[in-house]
Design a binder for this molecule. Structure first.
Ligand code: FE2
Length: 259
């Protein structure tokens, strides 16, 4: 099974730019690349910071961008999103019983679970008891099947001080819950605008670049977040019973060299 992991698209209203870049054009290029090269993927997940300012007009611009996407897709919310405006423009996007943008997808290789770590008004994330209760139900229902988690904020530090100020807080009960489910095969996250791989409490993890601006590997600065022009990317993920392979696809930098 193939999945596409897109994240931090940071769409702005039509005609606007963000850090000198055009987020809409860069997402449109990503979608053209996905349609041309990965039309066989089972699902595309966009793991939050869908838009930059949370306005209805930005979500409408995002929806227009997503129209040509040839795959089933699911959208998640991040710190730059607005849950109310998101659901107004994407009324068919599934929510949990409390209105959080959380859902599951049954796939051929197991259960994909999409989490909502958005906390209104701040850039760090949270995962309250209501959300945790929902996640426990989804994990219990999965039984022995493999589980693949997606979330916007990582529940751990990554060693970049400017981002480590805005991880998902209340990580301890979350970690404790996950510890009871050895069938969690991978945790995908956004927020950090960098390709990162490793493991957390024994769970393999990976993050992807933004389709717009990137976060520098700056190990000193605490604020503001140091951004740069490293290439845009999205993730191409192969999953089967034996393995999970995550490719970073820098889709704007694919010109072949002469033989
Ligand atoms: Fe972001």
């Amino acid at each position: 099974m193939k999945l596409i992991h897109l994240t931090d698209t940071h769409i702005v209203s039509s005609g606007e730019r963000l850090f000198g870049l055009d987020p809409k054009a860069r997402l449109q290029a990503a979608i053209a690349s996905i349609n041309a090269e990965h039309g066989d993927a089972a699902l595309c997940v966009i793991s939050g910071d869908l838009v930059n300012g949370g306005s209805v007009s930005e979500y409408e611009a995002l929806r227009a961008c997503l129209d040509p996407l040839a795959l089933p897709y699911r959208l998640m919310v991040g710190n730059h999103d607005d849950r109310h405006n998101f659901t107004a423009v994407f009324p068919d996007s599934p929510l949990d019983a409390h209105g959080f943008v959380q859902s599951t997808v049954a796939t051929a290789e197991g259960r994909v679970i999409l989490l909502d770590t958005h906390e209104p008004g701040v850039h760090w994330g949270s995962y309250c008891g209501k959300r945790l209760g929902w996640l426990r139900e989804q994990l219990d229902e999965a039984g022995a099947r493999p589980v693949y988690l997606f979330m916007h904020h990582p529940p751990f530090a990554i060693g970049i001080p400017s981002m480590d100020r805005m991880t998902m807080r209340d990580d301890a009960p979350f970690a404790e819950l996950l510890g009871g489910y050895p069938n969690i095969r991978h945790l995908f996250f956004g927020h950090v605008h960098r390709p990162i791989a490793g493991s957390w409490r024994g769970i393999p993890i990976s993050a992807m670049r933004s389709t717009n601006h990137q976060v520098a590997l700056d190990l000193e600065t605490t604020a503001p977040v140091p951004k740069n022009l490293e290439p845009a990317g999205y993730g191409v993920v192969f999953i089967d019973e034996q393995q999970t392979i995550v490719h970073l696809h820098e889709y704007l930098h694919t010109e072949a060299l002469p033989a």
